[in-house]
Design a protein around this ligand. Structure first.
Ligand SMILES: [Zn+2]
Length: 242
């Protein structure tokens, strides 16, 4: 017991004097270490690599524990590093994603399949608590992709009406050119606004293929409604005679 106490006191004293020495000779120690490292670089690196290889799991565990205990510090450090290496990491990420696209896609799909309900609930909750942001984002997106949205809505309506056929924004643009930017029925300009009219209405068995579509001014489109062309022409004539 007594011997142990003496040992402890001695080692305590030794520690204290070591610390004092280190504090007083910081620069000297640093220079010594640097020189030692430079002179033994290859050997030290090999030793470190060997140690790392032999203690992979232990090191990973230590790192994980440290990360959890020092989360904020670790994140801040990583953020700073990313900011300092922004262009390199961006290029690296692009290259990595390109080289591992299939694997990453498969991973994403598997993750989604395994967590589908959670993900859907999470997105719904996020949208609910960020409603203004979601709405304004959607409106901006719709404004920037007007033609796509109109095509999409038309296709959606025709699917709902069980009509067959789909047409693309490119086909609609071609139609606009062929009609010289004028309503197919009344020669009014449709430069500012137009609607796609199904010549044979969807509700009467018409399709959503481009062959069944003309561009009309909103007034004509609304007036024609779900009539066949013959029925509507007659009505227009009748209105004119009144
Ligand atoms: Zn018209």
């Amino acid at each position: 017991m007594a011997a142990d106490n003496i040992e402890q006191r001695r080692s305590g004293k030794k520690k204290a004097s070591d610390a004092a020495y280190r504090a007083a000779n910081k620069a000297k120690i640093k220079a010594y270490r640097a020189a030692h490292y430079a002179a033994n670089r290859e050997r030290l690196l090999a030793e470190m690599a060997a140690y790392a290889a032999a203690n992979r799991e232990k090191i990973a565990k230590t790192k994980a524990v440290y990360r959890v205990a020092n989360r904020e510090k670790v994140y801040a450090g990583e953020r700073a590093w990313r900011q300092a290496h922004n262009s390199e990491t961006a290029a690296y990420n692009v290259a990595y994603r390109a080289a591992n696209r299939e694997r990453m896609n498969a991973q994403c799909r598997a993750y989604y399949a395994a967590h589908r309900q959670t993900i859907i609930a999470y997105i719904a909750a996020w949208k609910a608590s960020n409603r203004d942001h979601v709405v304004s984002q959607f409106k901006a997106h719709r404004a920037a992709n007007k033609e796509k949205f109109r095509t999409w809505r038309r296709n959606y309506r025709s699917r709902r009406a069980n009509a067959e056929g789909r047409c693309s924004p490119e086909e609609i643009a071609g139609l606009y050119d062929r009609q010289n930017g004028m309503c197919a029925y009344c020669d009014a300009t449709i430069r500012h606004e137009w609607e796609a009219d199904h010549v044979v209405p969807l509700s009467r068995g018409g399709s959503n293929w481009i062959a069944n579509i003309v561009l009309a001014c909103p007034a004509c489109n609304r007036s024609k409604g779900s009539r066949l062309l013959e029925e509507w022409q007659g009505r227009r004539e009748a209105q004119r005679k009144k």
